[in-house]
Design a protein around this ligand. Structure first.
Ligand code: ZN
Ligand code: ZN
Length: 249
């Protein structure tokens, strides 16, 4: 049996926004694993989603992105599940995805991964404050391991593939788990939308090519977890995304 789609259940309410949790069936052959839970945690000033993945059978967790306030949200989830945060995976260097990263690392000692094309954003986030014209108290972040396109990350007893999807910014990557048909795509692709391409380092043609070559090539039933808003699937976006059609026109 292949693992199937997610069953969602509401686990709480914060600030009127639903926080959700999805459980994926364990893969055949991994029956000793009782499934990775994906905690969907919109956080920070623009409701950027941090995804906490917990594997209670191993006592391990991975966090995808670290928006402002995420540490307060994951602390009880880690304690309650008996999981230690092993890794922090950053989809890209924009401040709304990295605002709490230094704090998370200080408290959990998680290994941080990100793409070198966004190095300047990770290491000198104040340039984003200057651009926005307001102080957010962003802290520089040291990346422990630069992600490489095509690399396979072993985590939570599973394998995740890294794909490079530039265009929204130079260093946007996605983390794809083939067995559970899930992809965490950052701000490259949204439900019926795409990431903005008008910020420094953004480019629409690059973004469209990335989406077609790196996301639309995943199986149609892959669940896409974006950096903002509701989840979608690769097939739904190939069929109906108003910005990037499956085939270039
Ligand atoms: Zn972004
Ligand atoms: Zn964002």
């Amino acid at each position: 049996m292949e693992s199937g789609g997610g069953q969602s259940k509401v686990t709480g309410q914060t600030g009127g926004k639903q926080e959700q949790e999805f459980t994926f069936a364990a893969r055949a052959g991994c029956a000793h694993l009782d499934g990775v839970k994906i905690h969907v945690l919109p956080s920070g000033p623009i409701q950027t989603i941090g995804y906490l993945l917990t594997e209670t059978a191993l006592g391990e967790a991975v966090l995808v992105d670290a928006p402002g306030g995420i540490m307060e949200k994951i602390r009880p989830l880690l304690a309650g599940s008996g999981c230690t945060l092993k890794e922090l995976w950053l989809t890209h260097g924009h401040w709304d995805h990295t605002q709490d990263a230094a704090k998370v690392v200080r408290e959990t000692k998680a290994v941080v991964r990100g793409h070198a094309a966004d190095r300047i954003l990770f290491e000198t986030p104040e340039i984003m404050e200057e651009r926005m014209g307001r102080k957010l108290g962003l802290e520089p972040l040291k990346i422990d391991a630069w992600t490489v396109p095509g690399e396979r990350l072993a985590a939570l007893g599973r394998e995740f593939e890294v794909r490079h999807v530039p265009g929204h910014c130079p260093g946007n990557v996605l983390f794809y788990q083939a067995a559970a048909k899930t992809a965490f795509v950052g701000d490259a692709l949204f439900k019926a939308g795409v990431g903005r391409w008008d910020l420094p380092g953004g480019d629409f043609e690059t973004l469209a090519q990335s989406i077609r070559e790196q996301i639309y090539t995943l199986p149609d039933d892959t669940i896409v977890f974006p950096g903002h808003g509701p989840r979608t699937t690769v097939g739904a976006e190939k069929d109906g995304n108003p910005y990037v059609a499956a085939i270039a026109r």
